[in-house]
Unconditional design. Structure first.
Length: 233
C-alpha cells in the first residue's frame, strides 16, 4: 500500500484517480479547493475547509474508504509541502479556468517542484494534454496551421508546466491523453496503451476511468521517467 496525494481530486480526472487508488488499497489524500463539496465522496466522512486566505489545510481525517479530504492550493508551495509530507507519490490533475492557463500551470508546477522537494516526495504523475504530442517529428499538434487559437492558449499553459518539470530534479511523468473527447460516463475497462511523444492513432473517445487506471499504474510501478508520453486505447 502506498500513500498518494492527489491535487485536483475533485475534477473529472481526479475523482477517477482517487477511486482507482482506493480500490487498490492505497491511502489517498484528496486535495480540493472546497472540501465541503465532497462530504461523502469516496465514502469519506467529509472535511473542514481552511480559513479564507490560509495556506494551511482542513481535514476530515482518513475515513473507512482510505481517503482523507483536505483543502489546498496547488499553486502554494508551502501548502503543497505541508499536505504532501509523509506521502510516497503525488498526482497532479488540478486545473483552473478563471486565470490564464500559462499563469496557473506555471505557478502549479513551480509549487509542486519546490513543495514536493521540501516534503521529500520524489515521484510525480501528472495528466497533460494531447495537443502537445507531435504529428510529425518536431511538429506538435498545437503548432499546426488550423489549430484553434483559443485551444492553443490553453495548451501552451501545459507546455509551460513541462518546461518547469524538465528543469527540476523530480522523477516526473506526464501522461497525455489523446486529443479527443474524454468520456465521463464510460465504465472502467482497464485497457490502455502508452505511446511515445506522438499523437496516437485515434479512437473516437477515451475514458476518464481508464485514464485513472493509467495514472495509478504509473504510481505503483513507475515505468516512465522525466518524459511526456501518450496514453490511449
Amino acid at each position: 500500500m502506498s500513500r498518494i496525494v492527489v491535487f485536483g481530486a475533485g475534477g473529472r480526472a481526479g475523482v477517477r484517480v482517487v477511486g482507482e487508488a482506493v480500490a487498490r488499497g492505497h491511502e489517498v489524500t484528496a486535495v480540493v479547493r472546497d472540501p465541503g463539496k465532497y462530504a461523502g465522496a469516496w465514502g469519506s466522512s467529509g472535511a473542514g475547509a481552511s480559513g479564507a486566505g490560509s495556506s494551511g489545510t482542513g481535514s476530515s481525517g482518513t475515513g473507512s474508504s482510505g481517503v482523507r479530504v483536505v483543502a489546498g492550493d496547488v499553486t502554494d508551495l508551502a501548502g503543497v509541502a505541508e499536505v504532501a509530507a509523509g506521502h510516497d507519490a503525488a498526482v497532479q490533475v488540478a486545473a483552473r479556468l478563471d486565470v490564464s492557463s500559462e499563469e496557473f500551470y506555471t505557478a502549479a508546477a513551480r509549487a509542486l517542484v519546490g513543495g514536493l522537494g521540501r516534503a521529500g516526495v520524489s515521484r510525480l504523475v501528472a495528466v497533460g494534454i494531447g495537443s502537445l504530442l507531435e504529428v510529425s517529428p518536431g511538429v506538435r499538434l498545437v503548432d499546426t496551421p488550423d489549430f484553434p487559437a483559443e485551444a492553443r492558449a490553453f495548451s501552451l499553459g501545459h507546455a509551460a508546466e513541462l518546461e518547469v518539470f524538465e528543469k527540476s530534479g523530480l522523477d516526473w511523468v506526464v501522461l497525455a491523453p489523446p486529443p479527443v473527447l474524454l468520456d465521463e460516463s464510460a465504465s472502467r475497462t482497464g485497457r490502455y496503451r502508452i505511446g511515445g511523444g506522438e499523437v496516437p492513432a485515434l479512437e473516437p473517445v477515451f475514458s476518464f476511468a481508464d485514464l485513472g487506471v493509467a495514472v495509478v499504474d504509473e504510481v505503483e510501478q513507475p515505468r516512465h521517467h522525466r518524459v511526456q508520453v501518450a496514453v490511449s486505447y
